[in-house]
Design a protein around this ligand. Structure first.
Ligand code: SAH
Length: 245
């Protein structure tokens, strides 16, 4: 009958929105990546759930749309927001292979806003969001986007900064930003395990970020030319006080 693509927030805990919870309650089948199914299993112990491993995204979304076409009420779960490096677009794409089903997207707290709140206020002006994963995007395009964002003085939020197969991608990204003219003192930060056990926020200059060892549960923030630290937090002014000068 319908597929609802639900963003669970960064940890599927307190940041799960009321709408997301209701969508999960109403679904009679919940489909998702094994780790996210595990996060919501305790909340809905009796609900039918199907989990698939990493890199099985296409199968998972096809399975969800097929079940909806057979009359079921299916929720596809993603971490953070379903439409930010999530499953929302893929569900729309694969739905073209099936008889029409209703599709809804329920937004969630994305890692950029969840992480920003922990660091201070690093994204309080124009910012660019770039994923460093080259599984689906050629590295040259990622590099070009990094250069353009740096040249345009955007604050930058980096998703997928590292994985087992690409441990040095954050270092490569920092090299590109430094070459594009960002000073090594540029205020940066990273946040690990937002909303989960092991949550940690670190503020550091770009020169040190280059050496930081981060894992795939990390979101990275690079300040713009106005970003500074206030009481040890990372803050990008909107410009209200500067206007008074
Ligand atoms: N749809 C998700 C993003 C999925 S891409 C969202 O809107 O947040 C996966 C990347 O998101 C990770 O590599 C990491 O950069 C970021 N991320 C997701 N959950 C996170 C968390 N709990 N803590 C820190 N970063 C997270």
């Amino acid at each position: 009958m319908r597929v609802t693509v639900v963003g669970l927030g960064p940890g599927a805990g307190e940041d799960l929105t009321g709408r997301a919870r209701r969508a999960l309650e109403e679904a009679d089948l919940i489909v998702g990546y094994t780790a996210y199914i595990a996060l919501i299993r305790e909340m809905f112990p009796d609900k039918e759930m199907r989990s698939t491993g990493m890199r099985r995204e296409v199968d998972r979304c096809r399975e969800a749309v097929a079940a909806a076409a057979e009359g079921r009420d299916v929720a596809v779960v993603c971490s953070g927001d379903a439409g930010i490096y999530g499953m929302a677009s893929l569900v729309y794409e694969v739905s073209q292979e099936f008889p029409p089903v209703e599709i809804h997207v329920v937004p969630g707290v994305t890692a950029a806003s969840g992480g920003a709140a922990l660091l201070g206020a690093p994204l309080n002006h124009d910012f660019a969001v770039i994923s460093l994963s080259d599984l689906l995007t050629p590295w040259e395009k990622i590099a070009q986007r990094l250069r353009c964002a740096a040249q345009a003085d955007f604050a930058i939020c980096l998703y997928n900064p590292s994985s087992r197969h690409r441990p040095d991608y954050l270092r490569r990204a920092c090299d590109i930003l430094l070459e594009a003219g960002l000073p090594p003192e540029t205020v940066c930060g990273y946040v690990q395990n937002i909303g989960r056990e092991g949550e940690r926020a670190v503020v550091l200059p770009l020169g040190a970020l280059q050496e930081a060892r981060v894992d795939m549960f990390t979101t990275v923030f690079v300040g713009n030319s106005q970003t500074r630290t206030i009481g040890g937090r990372m803050v990008t002014p909107r410009g209200y006080l500067q206007r008074e000068d």
